[in-house]
Ligand binder design. Structure first.
Ligand SMILES: C[S@@+](CC[C@H](N)C(=O)[O-])C[C@H]1O[C@@H](n2cnc3c(N)ncnc32)[C@H](O)[C@@H]1O
Length: 764
């Protein structure tokens, strides 16, 4: 008797429950349910239907799963089993018979648009419900571990590279990619598979030109760290070539000119120049396999490539000897020097320098410490450190920019067309030159996942102190075309919050026997390294952090807490003088509510408007604005002030919230002075509802004073639904109220707070 199911998932689970016992009881559902498929069990891809009505469509769906597995670098199971649950029938197909289809790329979900595909006959049909020998065959199949080999191409090579480096952490790019031309001839995994010999066919291409746009993504982890390679997409290349042509137009009559790109990668920036323009180019790159592709593609077209031919010792542990643009040897390269020393030659640099910022969170997350970066010990960086101080030298691209002006540009008609986030000019003041023209591009399209602004600027080699520039921004649309332009302004930043606005600890009475908190608003763990002393004072309201000019890692750089934060970088707030500090907190939340690519890495925090601000605070002009900042602060989730009893036995009360169950808070008292408009009224009403639900929760403590964050973190609990695996809120009303408040707070911030933050240059 064949069991009938109403729900596919039910039948599927029962199938696995039965057969896993005899195939491999150690396998879990997590091992099986991969790639959004119905299951991969050993070398079998299974596709379940209650009743299979269209074998063609069902097989095509399975093929699409296999296609996506190939792209991700996952071995392709040799068997495809289409299971018709209610008839207990399995149709067996072999994936090798469909290799051509598997090696195509499909857009959209695997279960969509599957009609119109014609399958060959199935290899066998198993009636596993009623026929014992068929069931035996099924079990044998499910135990099989044979894979279908696939071909490596540009669609899947990144996936396989990632798998290779994941499974062989010591491996270098040469071990994976290799090539069969030139002097080195390290064959590499893709040409002579060893680890993947069961999964891939040897790649037959002699060189790696086919992967020219992906060479950055094929780097091993160490190279990713040191080379900062993020390739430029074609639509942006075309725009930046407009700037190069402007630079060429500035070449004085009778002059020769060179276009130097010291970090050309595989030559993306140059590929779309005309042959005449190329005949002026000098290119090089440090990474060996990029260099090989560069040589192959542009070697015969450019004026010079460094080195012009591959020598016995060119390959130097994955790098190209003589091509490290930051080395002394490179600065003294005689061929480049001959042009630099020639007054009748104009020098144009056209570069997208590698981008590695060792202090950035991105970098630290991958545990790459400041000291481990090889480029930090190069000649150029050491020379730069003699002239520019501070964090500026933590940035690899800054070494390129600084050295461009230092060693290469000499005449006023020389130019630099350079890609880089604007901070080198805006806040770090690395260069003070005349700006001629520029674009803003979205960093996301440079093989990253971050929406942020990258400037491509044309600088002339003329000293100038400019305060503001205008650039035209373009995103890239789904059709790989440029979006409509947006005009963006970039204004320089001079003063930090910390120097102008942070309070000095001028409490009349205080002691250092208080507590310190962590980012989550609770007392910090006793084993963390504390960078400030645990100050306690009756006059102290809390601690505010609004750190760094940019918006990298905004949550760690922006805090409001009931006591000092263990790692400092903020200032204590005084109970009688906290309001004028709140705009700093408000400004530090900007990026959360303005996530467009044009904002991040363009807009920054500044204290440049401090004189005007202090003046207008004094004369009362900003009274209402400061109260609006207080409204926002009370409702913003990053206000992590909580009420609790500290290990010093003191009662810490959150006073920047509107819970007056246990008496007025400082905020509730001060907000009596606000002129309540429609927007405030709406927020206050929402808060009342929220607090009402909060008080009905199990964890509610009637002696506490709750802000939004503490309600979210302690009262709005969730329970895992065992059936669906989802976390469900225990108090849907409270959960809903928190969500709606969030939306309203955002609207309030954008209309009531942001314009004034810009007016007083808290945001700039
Ligand atoms: C951001 S990529 C740009 C590549 C290419 N120009 C483009 O725009 O697509 C930076 C390149 O600089 C190379 N590079 C990194 N450090 C270098 C160094 N010290 N000297 C020369 N090239 C370097 C990397 O290998 C990478 O190809």
């Amino acid at each position: 008797m064949i069991k009938k199911f109403n729900v596919e998932l039910e039948g599927q689970l029962e199938f696995y429950e039965q057969y896993l016992k005899v195939v491999n009881p150690n396998l879990t559902y997590e091992d099986i349910f991969r790639n959004n498929s119905d299951g991969i069990l050993n070398a079998n891809l299974l596709e379940f239907k209650l009743n299979i009505t269209d074998l063609n469509a069902c097989l095509f769906q399975a093929i699409k799963y296999l296609s996506s597995m190939r792209i991700k670098g996952e071995p392709i199971p040799s068997n495809i089993l289409l299971v018709s649950l209610n008839t207990a029938t399995i149709y067996l197909y072999k994936s090798e018979d469909y290799l051509d289809e598997i090696e195509k790329v499909y857009i959209g979900g695997a279960s969509r648009k599957n009609v119109g595909f014609f399958a060959k006959d199935y290899v066998s049909k198993l009636e596993y419900g009623e026929n014992q020998s068929d069931e035996f065959s099924l079990i044998q199949l499910l135990r099989e571990n044979k894979y279908t080999k696939i071909h490596i191409d540009e669609n899947c090579i990144v996936g396989w590279a990632e798998k290779y480096y994941r499974e062989n952490p010591q491996a270098r790019k040469a071990d994976f990619i290799g090539d069969t031309t030139g002097k080195v001839r390290i064959i590499g995994e893709i040409r002579e598979p060893d680890k993947f010999k069961e999964y891939i066919y040897p790649y037959a291409g002699k060189n790696n030109v086919r992967f020219q746009y992906l060479m950055d993504r094929l780097n091993d982890a160490l190279q990713k760290k040191n080379l900062g390679a993020f390739y430029t997409p074609e639509p942006y290349v075309d725009k930046s070539i407009e700037l190069v042509r402007q630079a060429i137009a500035r070449v004085p009559q009778g002059n020769d000119y060179i276009i130097l790109d010291r970090c050309a990668g595989t030559g993306n920036l140059e590929k779309r120049l005309t042959d005449e323009e190329l005949s002026h180019c000098i290119v090089s790159t440090i990474e060996y396999y990029e260099y090989k592709v560069l040589l192959e593609l542009l070697g015969s077209k450019v004026r010079y490539i460094i080195p012009p031919t591959e020598k016995e010792d060119t390959f130097n542990m994955g790098l190209v000897r003589g091509a490290d643009a930051l080395s002394e040897e490179y600065i003294n390269n005689p061929v480049i020097k001959q042009y630099i020393d020639n007054p009748k030659c104009t020098v144009i640099l056209f570069e997208n320098p590698p981008y590695v910022e060792t202090t950035s969170l991105e970098h630290q997350r991958t545990k790459q410490s400041v000291t481990s970066s090889a480029w930090k010990n190069t000649f150029v960086v050491k020379e730069m450190k003699k002239e520019v101080k501070g964090a500026v030298s933590n940035d690899l691209s800054n070494a390129f920019i600084w050295s461009a002006f230092k060693y290469y540009l000499r005449q006023p008609t020389d130019s630099y067309v350079v890609y880089s986030p604007v901070k080198y000019w805006k806040s770090q003041h690395l260069i003070n030159k005349e700006f001629l023209s520029g674009f803003a591009f979205n960093r996301r399209h440079f093989h990253t996942h971050i929406d942020a602004c990258i400037m491509c600027a044309l600088w002339s080699n003329v000293d100038a102190n400019i305060e503001a520039i205008k650039i035209t921004g373009y995103d890239i649309m789904a059709n790989n075309r440029l979006s409509l332009p947006v005009e963006l302004s970039i204004v320089r930043v001079h003063e930090l919050f910390s120097t102008k606005y942070y309070n000095k600890e001028n409490f009349e009475e205080f002691s250092y026997d208080g507590i310190l908190t962590g980012l989550n608003g609770l007392e910090a763990d006793s084993d963390v390294k504390c960078r400030i002393k645990p100050l306690y004072s009756k006059e102290m309201l809390g601690y505010l952090v609004a750190d760094s000019v940019g918006f990298d890692n905004p949550d760690a750089k922006s805090s409001l807490l009931v006591a000092g934060r263990y790692n400092g970088n903020g200032c204590y707030l005084k109970r009688d003088d906290y309001l004028s500090k709140l705009p700093m907190f408000c400004a530090s939340r900007y990026i959360l509510y303005n996530r467009e690519w044009t904002e991040r890495a363009r807009i920054m925090k500044s204290a440049d408007g401090a004189d005007k601000f202090f003046n207008d605070v004094k004369n009362g002009k900003l009274n209402q604005f400061l109260l609006k900042c207080l409204v926002f602060t009370c409702f913003e989730m990053q206000n992590h002030m909580r009420t609790f009893i500290g290990s010093d036995n003191r009662f810490y009360r959150n006073e920047l919230c509107l819970d007056i169950t246990n008496g007025e808070t400082i905020a509730s008292k001060d907000l009596k002075k606000i002129k309540i408009g429609e927007k405030e009224n709406e927020l206050f009403e929402m808060w009342k509802a929220l607090l009402k639900w909060a008080k009905k929760t199990k964890n509610y403590n009637p002696t506490f004073t709750y802000g939004v964050y503490q309600i979210f973190a302690e009262l709005n609990t969730f329970t895992r639904d065992e059936e669906t695996g989802e976390n469900k809120p225990d108090y849907p009303e409270l959960n809903g109220a928190l969500k709606s408040l969030k939306q309203k707070v955002k609207e309030y911030y954008i209309t009531e707070i942001v314009p004034t933050l810009f007016e007083y240059e808290f945001l700039k």
